[in-house]
Unconditional design. Structure first.
Length: 317
């Protein structure tokens, strides 16, 4: 006959307390796990929302099997309808013929186990079904296993609007340079720090310099020593306030002669409102200054003559 062991009340209470603590810990762990799962779902939802809002395409390439997975945003960038079957040949077929070599080279570098596995390349795509040319920036990361490339995972983003804006800007700048170089007046462009960014042909001819000679703040070396401090101070104050600038100063011409110029600049801004610096001109006004000086001297002589004549007449009276 077995013997039944009696448990003391204190031990029973201790066991119940331990059980309660274990139960509470399990419940807390369950709540923590649930909170973590909720946070993960929320994070994934936000990421998905960001990807969809930014119209970012996602792809994955199985390097060994060649299987290629695209979401429908990538398909749209390649001019394909949703759900259209794709493979690596589809990818290459859509890439502009002039860009295929560069794109393949970027992928090959990423697949090299001696590298970091990263890939980034900008290229053109000709829509396979819609024929539309688009600019795409593709990024990716290769994952390796035992020194062998396994997967290439990345994103694609349509940058056509940005490329077109850059092209319009280049064309606008080219038109400006053409017009500026046809002007007989020295024209200059500074950046947001006050450094020289562009000089027209008339400026270079007048001062006998190239853009590199006065790159950055070195343009101040062309100023007359007696005018340099006040002129530079006035210009940088206009730069700081992003306001128009005007000042007359003496400058050293290419042949060493000191000439007067009337420098005027207006602030320039990007389409987004970013301050870019000033664009201005510095016409030679030496002859005008000399004429003004001659006029002042003539007026002074006339005034002196008039005063002498008046005194003479008064004495005669």
């Amino acid at each position: 006959m077995s013997t039944i062991q009696k448990t003391s009340p204190s031990k029973s209470i201790a066991s119940i307390g331990t059980l309660n603590r274990l139960t509470e810990s399990a419940q807390q762990l369950t709540k923590t796990n649930q909170s973590s799962e909720d946070a993960l779902r929320e994070s994934n939802f936000r990421l998905q929302l960001a990807v969809e809002s930014a119209n970012i395409g996602i792809y994955e390439l199985n390097v060994k099997s060649g299987e290629l997975l695209w979401d429908d945003r990538v398909r749209a960038q390649w001019g394909l309808p949703p759900g259209e079957p794709v493979d690596y040949n589809t990818f290459l077929k859509g890439v502009h013929p002039d860009d295929r070599e560069a794109v393949q080279a970027a992928i090959d570098r990423a697949l090299d186990p001696n590298g970091d596995g990263r890939c980034r390349v900008e290229f053109r795509v000709i829509g396979i079904q819609d024929g539309i040319e688009r600019w795409i920036v593709g990024t990716g990361q290769v994952f390796f296993e035992k020194g062998q490339a396994e997967r290439l995972v990345g994103t694609t983003f349509d940058i056509t609007a940005r490329k077109h804006a850059e092209q319009r800007l280049r064309e606008s700048e080219e038109r400006f340079r053409t017009l500026a170089d046809s002007s007989p007046v020295p024209i200059w462009v500074t950046d947001a720090t006050g450094g020289i960014e562009f000089l027209n042909a008339a400026y270079c001819n007048f001062f006998g310099v190239s853009v590199e000679d006065v790159r950055g703040p070195k343009w101040a070396t062309l100023l007359h020593p007696d005018d340099a401090d006040s002129y530079v101070g006035a210009y940088y104050e206009a730069l700081r306030q992003r306001k128009p600038f005007r000042a007359e100063t003496r400058v050293r011409r290419g042949d060493g002669a000191w000439r007067w110029v009337d420098a005027r600049g207006v602030p320039r801004f990007s389409e987004g409102g970013e301050f870019l610096g000033h664009v201005g001109s510095s016409p030679d006004v030496t002859e005008m200054k000399l004429a003004q000086q001659a006029l002042r001297e003539s007026e002074e002589q006339f005034r002196a003559y008039f005063e002498i004549s008046t005194v003479g007449m008064a004495q005669a009276d």
